[in-house]
Ligand binder design. Structure first.
Ligand code: NDP
Ligand code: 8X3
Length: 251
């Protein structure tokens, strides 16, 4: 059955790949992000292939805008089957005692509080219907800290705890909760992390074949299409030459 899939951070990387893969799967998409013109381009691309798409630009840190967006959804879009909590970022790679406090706020407010806001606003209707699926994009970074990862790793450890907590809270419903934990995925992630230093960003993926957004989207679509009694609770997805957040073999 075709699902309504809401993806946050669908303008780039993993979120965009999820949009394209869920579209190929025949689903209806609600795509969000802050970059309105990019959202419009993606909407046009997917509509040209016959996908029903609704795009809404807002910052997941803005709770009022998030609430307005959900309350203002047209009737035929109100029943959200799958929420992909993907919007997120890393900023900086400094030791914890030298980190930029504004960067900390942006990561914590987006990766933890933004994800929580979306969950809080979307899940009650799923509980009422007794079905739904929340796919959180966590990270290998949430399993163990790596050098300079400190606050980013903490936000992804929080995504793990929030996924596990939500899974307990909805275990008496038909709702499923998945925590997808990618390792190195080549997206705009490192450009953002290094504040536009593209050379430094490119170095992150040097000497190793990294994952792509499509690799992660394949798993998201698989989890969403598993039979109703199957809950893909957590998946760690690594490049073959990556063994953990800090063990990466480059050739
Ligand atoms: P990208 O930078 O390519 O994409 C990030 C997306 O998040 C963009 O669409 C961006 O949209 C959106 N976003 C960021 N901040 C906000 C905000 N405040 N409000 C709304 N949307 C926002 O990176 P990735 O695709 O790699 O990252 C996606 C997720 O995957 C993140 O949660 C990241 O932590 C996680 N991840 C990434 C890995 C990697 O190696 N790349 C590995 C493990 C996890 P816009 O700018 O339009 O707002
Ligand atoms: C993104 C992957 O290893 O750069 O979460 O933190 S990593």
């Amino acid at each position: 059955m075709n699902k309504v899939v809401l993806i946050t951070g669908a303008t780039s990387g993993i979120g965009l790949a999820c949009a394209r893969k869920f579209a190929e799967n025949g689903d209806k998409l609600i795509l969000t992000g802050r970059n309105e013109s990019r959202l419009a381009e993606i909407r046009d691309e997917l509509k040209a292939h016959g996908t029903e798409v609704l795009t809404v630009a807002f910052d997941v840190r803005d709770r009022e805008k998030a609430r307005e967006f959900l309350e203002g959804l047209p009737e035929q879009w109100k029943q959200i089957d799958v929420l992909v909590n993907n919007a997120g970022l890393a900023l900086g790679l400094e030791p914890e005692y030298e980190g930029d406090m504004n960067d900390w706020d942006a990561m914590i407010d987006t990766n933890i509080k933004g994800l929580l806001t979306m969950t809080r606003l979307v899940v009650p209707a799923m509980v009422e219907r007794g079905q739904g699926h929340i796919i959180n994009i966590g990270s290998v970074a949430g399993d163990a800290a790596y050098a300079g990862g400190n606050v980013y790793c903490a936000t992804k450890a929080a995504v793990k705890a929030l996924s596990d907590g939500l899974r307990i809270d909805v275990a008496n419903t038909g709702i499923r909760v998945t925590n997808l934990k990618p390792g190195l995925v080549e997206t705009n992630f490192s450009n953002i992390r290094f504040h536009g230093d593209t050379d430094r960003a490119a170095n992150v993926y040097k000497g190793i074949k990294p994952l792509t957004g499509d690799d992660i989207a394949d798993v998201a679509v698989y989890a969403a299409n598993a039979p109703a009694h199957v809950q893909i609770a957590e998946v760690l997805i690594l490049a073959t030459h990556q063994a953990s957040g800090s063990v990466i073999v480059r050739k």
